[in-house]
Design a protein around this ligand. Structure first.
Ligand SMILES: [Zn+2]
Length: 299
């Protein structure tokens, strides 16, 4: 997860010929002032310093004064919420996925009087591929489950409930990593990537919350969760959410607050599953990101 290569440059500043070069940590103090006159400071730091597709970008903004409104952070055509960390500091989390173009992306941070444009280089990454041959059309999956899961993934609540690295949600070997791409009947599936990590473990193996959260989704195969199977969704706050699929038993209810390491259910083989396993998907603002960096580099 760590690297020392330079990854970002303040393109607005470079366009003006100041030629500011950045080392491994991005800390910008020269602003492009919206108002004529004195430059106003707005420090922005982006982590990690050398991201790759699937990483979550953390944008840390140090505002000048306490009366400033929260800065606005955009990447591409999306605007992301910022949350106060105290001491005039704000945080935004930006997802990247295997479906994004690698290379240069621009993160724009708009403060009360300053706009910062930061170019971030997101490294390409080669994801493993699987080839599946399928005969006939599958009509599995219900609107009910897709609607409920989509709604869950869009949750953004204010409070950051997680702290530190996420825990491994169950025992057993990783059988499919995040980001695996697929060919169906020899044709590359442009929109598909494995939106999570699979752990193989016997039915009944405990599944624990990898981080604290509020249980925001509980549903069952018998209710129409034909693909996902018995499912638990945890809202970790600030647009970060975990989903656990194919469970056997579920030990929590919607609205419960769970702590990191608390058992939420057991591994099963419900929904579309070819054997007992846990699928853990980690979402940031509705996009499935690689959980490995959140696990401190571990699977
Ligand atoms: Zn999976």
């Amino acid at each position: 997860m760590t690297s020392s290569a330079p990854v970002a440059d303040p393109i607005g500043t470079i366009a003006r010929g100041t030629g500011l070069l950045l080392a491994s940590l991005i800390s910008l103090t020269v602003g492009t002032s919206l108002t004529a006159g004195a430059a106003v400071a707005l420090e922005v730091e982006i982590r990690p310093t050398n991201p790759q597709l699937g990483d979550t970008l953390t944008i840390l903004v140090q505002a000048e004064s306490a009366d400033e409104p929260p800065p606005v952070v955009t990447m591409g055509d999306r605007t992301f919420p910022t949350f106060p960390l105290g001491n005039n500091q704000f945080q935004a989390l930006l997802p990247t996925t295997p479906l994004d173009d690698p290379g240069r992306v621009v993160v724009q941070v708009t403060g009360e009087t300053v706009v910062r444009n930061l170019a971030v280089w997101v490294r390409d990454r080669s994801f493993p591929t699987q080839s599946l041959w399928i005969s006939g059309a599958s009509d599995l999956g219900t609107d009910y489950e897709f609607d409920r899961v989509d709604e869950f993934k869009e949750l953004v609540s204010d409070q950051q409930l997680w702290s530190g690295s996420f825990l491994r949600p169950t025992s057993g070997p990783v059988t499919t990593i995040y980001g695996v791409r697929r060919y169906y009947n020899g044709v590359f599936a442009e929109d598909y990537y494995h939106r999570g990590v699979d752990y193989a473990a016997p039915t009944g193996t405990p599944v624990v919350a990898p981080a604290a959260g509020i249980v925001a989704l509980v549903d069952h195969e018998a209710n129409g969760f034909e693909i996902h199977g018995n499912t638990v969704g945890l809202d970790h706050g600030q647009g970060v959410a975990s989903i656990f699929l194919h469970l056997n038993r579920i030990d929590v209810r919607e609205g419960d607050r769970v702590e990191a390491g608390q058992v939420i259910g057991t591994v099963g083989n419900t929904g579309i599953s070819t054997g007992p396993h846990l699928h853990w998907g980690l979402y940031v603002h509705g996009r499935s990101v690689d959980p490995v960096p959140w696990r401190g580099g571990a699977e």
